[in-house]
Structures are given as C-alpha cells and as structure tokens.
Design a binder for this molecule. Structure first.
Ligand code: URA
Length: 242
C-alpha cells in the first residue's frame, strides 16, 4: 500500500520534465507506465510517484532533488545569464523540472567551492535563515600581504561595507599565510568577502567556499564541476548536527 501523496500521472511526468501531457497520453496508450505493478490506464489516474515505473524504470527523483555541488570557477549561478552556467553541469532534464532546482544563495562567477542546490523551498529557507546560524567558511587569497589588523576589525561588528547601512556581523578570520586567510561568515551579503577586504584596501585574488556549517568540501571528495544527490534530512545533519 502506498503512503505518499498521490498525483495525476500526466501532471507528475510533466513536472519531472519527461514530456508534455500529449506525450504522457501516448506512453499510457502504449502501456509503458505501471504503478504498483499495474499498467496505468489513463493519464489522469492518481498515482504514488514512488511506485511508478516508466518502461520498467523508477522515476527520476520523484520526491524532490537536493544536491551538493562543487562549483567550478567561471560558472554562473543563474538560470538565464549568458556564458557557462552551473546548471550546465547537471542532466538537461533537471533544468525543466517543476518546482525548479535552484542554488541556496550564490557564489560569484570567480568563486569556486561548496554550493547546495535544491527544489525544496523549506530546506532552502532552513539553510539561509539567520535563525539557524549556519556559517560559511572561505579560503581567501589576497593581492597584498595581511596587515595584522584584519582579525580584530572583522571580529568587531563595526566593519562598514561601501553602499551598506549596517555594519557586518562579527566574522572570524585566521591568517594562514602572508597573503592567505580563512574567513568564517555568519551572514551572506552580496560579494561579501571581496567587499570586506576591499573595505580595508586589499584585493581578493582567489576565493573558495570550503564549508557550509560543518559540511566540508574536502570531505565530500567532489571534484570541481561534479555533484552528489543527497537527502534533505541527512544534509541538515551534516551542515548543523544537533
Ligand atoms: N563572498 C564573495 O565575495 N563572493 C562569493 O562568492 C561568496 C562570498
């Protein structure tokens, strides 16, 4: 017996970007679709997505899609801009799913590292809401040597960025080389890391997000441009264990 919510077959398959309702009609006619072992007779039949087989194969993540992705340099976090997009690294069918798959926040074109993509609005909200205190960690390479004052200034809660009205929340910086630092942020403003260093007269030459909460890019073992599908619950656990 099925336990999930049922949906009309034609709506389900068009939302999962298999094809149009017209296509579904023809697949049903050909007897290509079964649910719970029985051939589905009409496109309007209500089915449990988990028990549907299309030509003998389970459906493509019918309960939603969440990914951990290693964003490469030069890919843009957008559905429509010109150039190389992060979505080009994913199966094409996923670009047409409803609800759409989107990134949780964004990384700049010139920033690489850990990025989560999901079609789960609640998960997206959980990961971005300040209430859940999920920090982001960045490995930063600079044009000029660190002066030694950055750590205190970034931790002060007084750093103002150009065009912003509120000071940045305290952030933790550790120097790891003459021109290298690790910076942990507790908020996500536009180009924040680059703007923080620009505010003190330095310039970021390379930027990678290494952690989201406790989830580390290194642990994932993902090479740039690759991803892994995860369960939202397991993801929340690895980002912020209770
Ligand atoms: N800060 C930046 O400046 N860029 C990013 O992509 C993320 C944080």
């Amino acid at each position: 017996m099925s336990m999930n919510k049922t949906e009309r077959l034609d709506k389900l398959l068009s939302n999962l970007a298999y094809g149009s309702r017209k296509d579904v009609k023809s697949w049903v006619k050909q007897g290509l679709i079964t649910c719970d072992g029985k051939v589905v007779k009409s496109p309007s039949e209500k089915v449990d997505p988990v028990f549907v087989l299309f030509d003998g194969e389970p459906l493509d993540h019918p309960e939603g899609l969440t990914l951990i992705y290693h964003k490469p340099l030069d890919a843009v976090c957008s559905h429509k801009e010109k150039g190389v997009l992060i979505y080009d690294d994913l199966p094409e069918q996923w670009q047409y799913r409803k609800p759409p798959l989107s990134s949780v926040g964004r990384l700049d074109k010139e920033t690489s590292g850990l990025l989560i993509l999901t079609d789960d609005g609640q998960l997206n909200h959980h990961l971005t809401s300040p209430k859940h205190h999920i920090s982001k960690t960045y490995a930063v390479t600079l044009d000029q040597p660190l002066s030694g004052n950055e750590m205190e200034l970034f931790a002060s809660g007084k750093l103002m960025l150009e065009d912003d009205y509120r000071a940045c929340l305290p952030a933790e910086m550790t120097a790891v080389g003459e021109k290298q630092a690790v910076l942990i942020l507790h908020e996500g403003r536009y180009h924040q890391v680059r703007r923080m260093f620009a505010a003190i007269g330095n310039h970021v030459t390379a930027l990678t997000r290494t952690h989201i909460g406790t989830l580390s890019l290194e642990q994932t073992g993902l090479k740039a441009g690759t991803y892994t599908v995860v369960e939202p619950k397991a993801l929340i656990q690895s980002v912020s264990p209770e």
